[in-house]
Design a protein around this ligand. Structure first.
Ligand SMILES: [Zn+2]
Length: 503
């Protein structure tokens, strides 16, 4: 050892010793500060080391208009690792909020959901998506040291299907005493149109996502995925979840996909394949309406049952796939429009899968919005384009009261403003939920893998958590997670494009 080096080592030991003595003499807060400093240093070192992981090659993120754009590419494991690593802050923020909601409504603890994920869902997940989910857990851990494992992530990916489909089915099977009143959710307003209905005769598709504001404010990811197998996908989505899940997406072979859920749906097949897996697989591998239908039907578990609205820009054909568990129906046309606002319409699906749904009660949210879609789409026949779609997604006309009033019956939902709530979804009075973001695209844009999206209410109004919670103590349990939902601008996203200023 050289003299110089020896001096430095000696000095370090001296400083270290002094530091320890000094630390002992500090107040608790100082000791905590020192601990935090050490943890921050460790976290930084871990993040630096992990950021050299070859699995991150090609992936990137940037933020725009309130959204996080995330580009993922490569093998399933790499796509997962990139997702977990690059969205680690968003996943760690979303997981406690979503899991709190799942446990609150079902009165079940997290170990229940982990068990369902491990024993029921995991064995039927395709190998490719098992690897991707495992990759998310690894990427997350590499970045933050997170303890969430793959079963936490599988349960989390199934947050739309386990609490409101599996649990009520299980409660009925097991005759659970004091079982909570759980109903399938009524998420979203959407349409797909083609032929004489649109301005250019090609397909226009648009969707706004209805959910709790607690979850919806976090539904802010634009995923651009280039998988090793299958088609490139551009879709909106939720941190940590492999499917769009609300759903809105396009793929490089010409499929355009969205949906609205079927209200008052009942049924679950424990031997089926999770909906989030089928929905992701269908967007990744379907090049036609028939292929899409086939993948969704394969292993149908009844979870998160939807009316899928589909378009194929190669043939200019659109379709509606009403996917019940016992029954389903596919409608298709090259000149028409299909709208969705959480109502089933096939008599067989209604009878067998949604026995309690009353299509004639015009006061309820799904039926009132159905009337409004019919009015608006008929009025605008031949004029529909993306710009008009943006306006329609922000519509505030209540067809039941026949007046402008943002509430639970308007296409742009503001259930927090409704003293009625939505009983058929067990959303109580002034439930903090409604339309949380919107998306639209058309055939021309889809060919270039482009879409427009707006975070927050599609009408542009903001939601403020503090005054809401002060006025509605029923929702005090959400206080830790509920945040302001500020509307961003309509923003265009283009697969593969890195904004110049971010490079
Ligand atoms: Zn609105």
């Amino acid at each position: 050892m050289s003299d110089g080096l020896r001096r430095i080592v000696a000095l370090s030991v001296l400083l270290l010793g002094t530091g320890l003595l000094w630390a002992v003499g500090r107040s608790t807060n100082d000791a905590e500060n020192a601990k935090n400093d050490r943890e921050a240093t460790l976290a930084y070192a871990r993040e630096r080391a992990a950021s050299n992981d070859p699995r991150l090659k090609g992936a990137y993120r940037y933020e725009q208009g309130g959204w996080v754009y995330l580009h993922l590419e490569g093998s399933p494991e790499a796509i997962g690792f990139q997702h977990g690593f690059l969205l680690a802050p968003e996943i760690e923020d979303a997981f406690p909020a979503v899991s709190a909601g799942m446990m609150h409504s079902t009165k079940r603890d997290w170990s229940f959901f982990r068990q369902a994920a491990r024993e029921m869902l995991w064995p039927k997940i395709d190998e490719e998506y098992k690897q991707e989910l495992q990759g998310i857990a690894e990427g997350l851990n590499a970045r933050t040291g997170s303890k969430l494992d793959v079963y936490d992530l599988v349960a989390f990916n199934a947050f739309e299907e386990l609490p409101d489909y599996y649990v009520p089915w299980l409660d009925k099977q097991q005759k659970t005493p004091n079982a909570p009143n759980l109903k399938s959710p009524g998420n979203c307003s959407a349409f797909v149109a083609t032929g004489s209905w649109t301005k250019d005769g090609k397909i226009v598709i648009a969707h706004n996502n209805w959910t709790s504001y607690m979850n919806g404010e976090r539904w802010r990811i634009i995923f651009d995925i280039v998988p090793k197998s299958g088609y490139r996908m551009l879709m909106d989505g939720f941190p940590g979840v492999i499917a769009s899940d609300d759903d809105f997406g396009i793929n490089s072979d010409g499929l355009m996909v969205t949906e609205t859920t079927i209200s008052q749906f009942e049924g679950w097949d424990p031997n089926g394949k999770a909906e989030f897996v089928r929905a992701r697989k269908a967007l990744q591998y379907a090049g036609s309406i028939d292929e899409y239908t086939k993948i969704m039907l394969d292993g149908n578990n009844g979870g998160y049952a939807n009316d899928w609205l589909l378009g194929d820009r190669k043939t200019n054909e659109i379709a509606q796939l009403e996917l019940g568990l016992k029954a389903y129906k596919l409608w298709r046309t090259k000149d028409g429009v299909f709208a969705g606002s959480n109502w089933a319409r096939d008599p067989k699906v209604i009878k067998e899968d949604t026995p309690q749904f009353n299509p004639n009660d015009m006061e309820t949210s799904p039926n009132a919005r159905r009337v409004r879609w019919e009015e608006l789409l008929n009025e605008n026949r031949g004029k529909l384009d993306v710009e008009l779609a943006e306006k329609l997604l922000g519509d505030h006309f209540d067809s039941y009261q026949k007046k402008e009033e943002a509430n639970e019956r308007t296409l742009c939902g503001h259930v927090d403003a409704s003293p009625r709530g939505v009983a058929i979804w067990t959303w109580g009075p002034n439930y903090p939920g409604g339309a949380v973001q919107g998306k639209a695209t058309d055939s021309t844009m889809a060919q270039q893998l482009r879409l427009v999206a707006r975070m927050g209410h599609p009408c542009g109004e903001d939601f403020h958590a503090k005054p809401f919670l002060a006025a509605h103590s029923d929702y005090a349990w959400q206080e830790e997670y509920l945040r302001d939902m500020v509307a961003g601008p309509w923003t265009e996203f283009h697969a593969g494009e890195i904004p110049v200023r971010e490079q």
